[in-house]
Design a protein around this ligand. Sequence first.
Ligand SMILES: Cc1cc2nc3c(=O)[nH]c(=O)nc-3n(C[C@H](O)[C@H](O)[C@H](O)COP(=O)(O)O)c2cc1C
Length: 203
Amino acid sequence: MKINPANSNKRDLHELFVSAILPRPIAFVSTIGKDGVFNLAPFSFFIPLCLEPAIVGLGIGWRRDGQKKDTLRNIEYSKDFVVNIVTETLAEAMNQASAEYPSGVDEFREVGLTPVKADLVKAPMVAESPVSIECKLIQILKFGEIPTGSHVVIGEVVQAHIRDELWSGDHIEVTKLKAIGRLGGDLYCRTTDTFEMKRISII
Ligand SMILES: Cc1cc2nc3c(=O)[nH]c(=O)nc-3n(C[C@H](O)[C@H](O)[C@H](O)COP(=O)(O)O)c2cc1C
């Protein structure tokens, strides 16, 4: 089996991305619209890209009706967003927030989560998430055509909030964080089944 994006159908390519490139972290992205309404949606085409400056990237596709997703529209307006980390206890709410609510619906209220004011951006944070990362928009790159194309949103991390009980001296206690990851289909994974391997150094 070979997949060449130039002549493969988009379903096979999607399958490659979601079922071979995994587990993917899930950015639970909170934003504010120009009407002042808060929005929440999960994105697993999400990646940390650079430490200096601290840059993350999001891949945001089109809605089925060919309209922009609210998250993208809001980021274009406020020029910022917050990435909230999804834990096992937030999984249900995250899944609920992935439904295509009409624009103008406060998805915090719909899924029963609490918005908290961020320090440096207009977008709200999710109080129930133990790690929230405030980001300012650097650039939006548009690729392809509606509806198979996408937008790559590049943001700079300007402030991160980590619950104190997770921070142990110099590191985050991953086993306490209990973040979840995205696999293909409807599958997710936990981050509690880990193994350790020391880095090899060649002298
Ligand atoms: C776990 C998960 C990951 C998702 N990842 C993405 C993604 O990376 N890009 C994307 O465009 N949509 C993704 N979606 C779908 C969006 O969450 C969905 O389209 C949502 O309705 C967008 O909401 P909005 O219009 O409020 O921005 C994902 C859904 C789930 C459940």
